[in-house]
Design a protein around this ligand. Structure first.
Ligand code: DUC
Ligand code: ZN
Ligand code: ZN
Length: 488
């Protein structure tokens, strides 16, 4: 058969936009062929499809490097979003790559968790996806067999928890996991909160009858995050391997990270919208149960801590801005208020939805609010996460050869309303918030997914992305490890 020759140089041209990358902002047309960016320039020839971006900003599609989708929870709790609904909402909010978690069950195999998670994702994702691993039971088999072979197969990041009974590792176990990360070229993400302090405080609060949602924040004060952050940094120093502290909530944890960096340690950090736009008061100022909607860990802090987070976003303390989307309904048997019962805060599932609102919140309040440059916005929402987790430059970049994952921004007044969002959660913590922008168009590998009003893409086109070596890792260990003194 004769090949079909196109009269056009490009399948699509995104024309006339102000293109923003993590390093530059420039006017250019973007020529796309077979889902890939093949040319950047002025006055490119016509494409088969033309998308007018004149006068509008074009950024890389978002990479949400921390979200939870269809992750098994202890019954009756169940996540409201699976790959179908969660990634639909991602696309409609300008995110074209997600990295949720394949979670090992204690006593179970990590490889089995990965294959189960693939079954949940296969043919159901609307955007591209990689997996992080959650290591909850680092047996010798997991450390020496499963993790090394999973890293080779493209799962190059894993999360270790210092809290939550069904997930937490002790310090020795974390050291073992960090050692695997070092030897096999992976990045460890640490959930840094001191479990024993949380349990001690929780029992005290319960003893006083203080079980309303707002006491969740009292059970996890900044001190428990500060202590665990410092301990995680010490463990990373002991093994001589970089770590990334996830969902940093405020000043005291940031001070520890700055301390680690000042001592030459490779400590990376992530924060999330809830630490910029919510405070502990959103968990309730009285004993009302509505605050359950904002129960997440670490909890939101106060206005002064929000400012410290903004400062860290601007000055390079943070590499990654993620949603930590953890979708639990407020109503219904499986969510925050199971069967209409107002349970004690320790039983409220932790997490809030945010996949669809992450990009617009930071663009509106960060870029248009004068707090962040456009380049910094791109770095935090796309390029930084893609580099951190071994997906760059295919993802998180606007350059020749990158996937044509793009967002064209509409700068207009928007009021966030859950009814207009596409996730499967029955609320958003940002209901009624006024923004100055929303994605006007999202392209995944050159195909329009979201046109500013509706999802218009082909469904379930998302592809699994095996992750490479995280580019934030040093090429060679520094050799400065404590271990060299005992094992020269
Ligand atoms: N905290 C987590 O550690 N994970 C999911 C959501 C949350 O609040
Ligand atoms: Zn966490
Ligand atoms: Zn999380």
């Amino acid at each position: 058969m004769e090949p079909v020759l196109s009269a056009y140089s490009f399948d699509t041209v995104v024309r006339g936009g102000r293109v923003a990358t993590a390093s530059d902002v420039f006017e250019a047309d973007i020529g796309i062929r077979d889902g890939t960016i093949v040319q950047l320039g002025l006055a490119l020839p016509r494409g088969e499809r033309e998308i007018d971006a004149l006068g509008r900003t074009v950024t890389p599609g978002g990479v949400d490097a921390h979200c939870h989708l269809d992750q098994p929870s202890p019954p009756p709790i169940k996540m409201a979003d699976d790959f179908d609904s969660g990634t639909l909402s991602a696309a409609c909010g300008g995110t074209t790559t997600v990295i949720p978690f394949a979670a090992q069950q204690k006593g179970g195999s990590l490889a089995a968790a990965v294959s189960d998670y693939h079954q949940r994702a296969d043919g159901r994702s609307h955007v591209d996806y990689a997996f992080h691993l959650i290591v909850s039971d680092p047996t010798a088999h997991v450390l020496h067999e499963e993790l090394p072979s999973l890293i080779r197969e493209g799962y190059t990041s894993f999360k270790a928890y210092m809290t939550y009974d069904d997930l937490k590792l002790d310090d020795g176990q974390i050291l073992d996991v960090l050692d695997v990360a070092k030897r096999h070229g992976a990045i460890a993400m640490i959930h840094a909160e001191n479990s024993d302090c949380i349990e001690w405080l929780t029992k005290r609060l319960e003893g006083m009858g203080r079980t309303a949602p707002r006491f969740h924040a009292h059970s996890r004060p900044m001190l428990v995050e500060r202590e665990a952050t410092h301990r995680a940094i010490a463990l990373s120093e002991l093994v001589d391997v970089p770590i990334l502290i996830v969902h940093v909530s405020g000043r005291e944890a940031i001070e520890q990270i700055r301390w680690g960096r000042a001592h030459g340690l490779n400590i990376f950090a992530e924060t999330c919208p809830q630490y910029l736009f919510l405070t502990a008061e959103d968990l309730g100022i009285d004993d009302s149960y509505h605050g359950a909607k904002c129960v997440c860990s670490p909890p939101p802090r106060d206005k002064a801590n929000q400012q410290v987070i903004w400062d860290g976003l601007r000055d390079g303390l943070f590499t990654v801005f993620s949603s930590d989307h953890a979708p639990y309904n407020f109503e219904g048997a499986e969510g925050k208020q199971p069967d209409n019962q107002q349970v004690a805060f320790r039983h409220i599932p932790n997490g809030i939805p945010g996949l669809e609102t992450r990009m617009a919140l930071l663009y509106s309040e960060g870029v248009l609010g004068g707090r962040l440059s456009l380049e910094k916005f791109v770095e935090l929402t796309a390029t930084g996460p893609a580099k951190t987790y071994g997906l760059h430059p295919r993802k998180g970049a606007i350059c020749i050869g990158a996937d044509a994952d793009l967002v064209i921004w509409d700068e207009r007044d928007v009021v966030i309303a859950n009814a207009a969002l596409h996730h499967n959660v029955d609320y958003t913590p940002y209901e009624g918030m006024r923004l100055k922008a929303w994605p006007g168009c999202t392209l995944l590998r050159g195909e329009v997914m979201w046109d500013g009003r509706a999802f218009v893409g082909r469904r379930h086109q998302g592809q699994f992305l095996p992750a490479g070596r995280p580019s934030i890792l040093p090429r060679a260990p520094s050799g400065a490890s404590f271990l060299t003194s005992i094992n020269p």
